[in-house]
Design a protein around this ligand. Structure first.
Ligand code: OOG
Ligand code: NI
Length: 301
């Protein structure tokens, strides 16, 4: 991501990306290989399709709270997606200008979990008596970045994390990782020949020794055939819990998206094609499997 202004949105997106890049080695590894192969001239040439965040659906938090940050900065709320088995809701948000990434924002439907899991989540989030975003100066980009990197609840005990993990991998991820950027997404269709189709791009990534999420197959494709996505498997990080116990937990990952040109624009010449001519939005069946990039079945196999 590279922005030429110093707007609050540019500032906090850049700070989030810098922190994410430090925590997820695959980001720089892929960029370095694209540079070395002469595919791009600098990191800024990579088009960021979207970024994603996860939230807990409890009073004062969740999508209703989190989305205020992006709505304030000109994002528009679009389609809703529901994931029955994972007990998740999600929306995507269209950016104020094409150089900004879309946002994919999800929320755990906490009320659908067992009494025990709800009790654990409440133990950490129950003290939050007002919406913390309301106390934030949304014109201050540094303050927003600090807010997204600052814990809203105390560090969990390992036993609480483990109990959540058994029932909801998503719940366990959020209770430890909170609002950290979950992934950024390389628009592979914006890359030159040999890299702009997902099967080739996946081979390039795997050639770097990076593991891909194979839940539902390495490439997830929408029913209309126009949106294909793949992703890395989240790396494991040794972390410490409130009780001093240490274990390895999943962090963030990298996603790759190929948005095809819509049939109505198939007559356009390659140089005429802009992002508005390509498949928009997301796809529930793709997203359902992309979520699993942080799940035990992928990160520990
Ligand atoms: C989001 C998974 C879904 C997409 O592009 O469909 C997704 C997550 O892992 O939080 O990113
Ligand atoms: Ni995504």
């Amino acid at each position: 991501m590279n922005f030429n202004t110093n707007s609050p949105l540019d500032i906090f997106l850049t700070e989030l990306f810098n922190r994410y890049r430090e925590a997820v080695p695959e980001v720089n590894q892929i960029t370095a290989a694209l540079l070395k192969n002469g595919v791009i001239g600098s990191q800024d040439e990579i088009v960021n399709d979207h970024i994603a965040f996860r939230t807990l659906g409890v009073p004062n938090l969740g999508i209703k709270s989190f989305e205020k940050i992006f709505l304030f900065h000109g994002y528009q709320k679009r389609d809703h997606y529901y994931f029955e088995e994972k007990k998740l809701d999600a929306y995507w948000y269209a950016p104020p200008a094409p150089e900004y990434p879309r946002i994919f924002l999800s929320e755990l439907k906490v009320g659908m979990l067992s009494q025990n899991a709800q009790k654990i989540i409440k133990k950490y989030t129950g003290d939050i008596k007002s919406d913390p975003v309301d106390a934030l100066d949304l014109n201050d980009g540094d303050a927003i970045a600090a807010f997204l990197h600052h814990p809203l609840w105390k560090l969990p005990d390992l036993k609480d994390y483990t109990a959540l993990l058994e029932e909801s991998e998503y719940a366990a991820w959020v209770i430890y990782n909170r609002y950290y950027l979950n992934h950024y997404t390389i628009s592979v269709h914006a890359l030159p020949e040999d890299y702009r189709f997902l099967p080739d791009f996946n081979k390039f990534v795997e050639g770097l020794g990076i593991k891909l999420n194979d839940a539902g197959g390495k490439i997830k494709t929408s029913a209309d055939g126009l949106l294909s996505q793949s992703s890395t498997v989240a790396g494991l990080h040794e972390v410490e819990f409130a009780d001093g116990a240490k274990t390895q937990i999943a962090g963030s990952y990298v996603e790759f998206a190929e948005r095809s040109v819509l049939p109505a624009y198939s007559h356009l010449k390659p140089e005429e094609i802009q992002s508005i001519h390509r498949r928009e939005g997301f796809e529930t069946s793709n997203a359902d499997k992309i979520f699993e990039s942080t799940y035990t079945g992928q990160v520990k196999s």
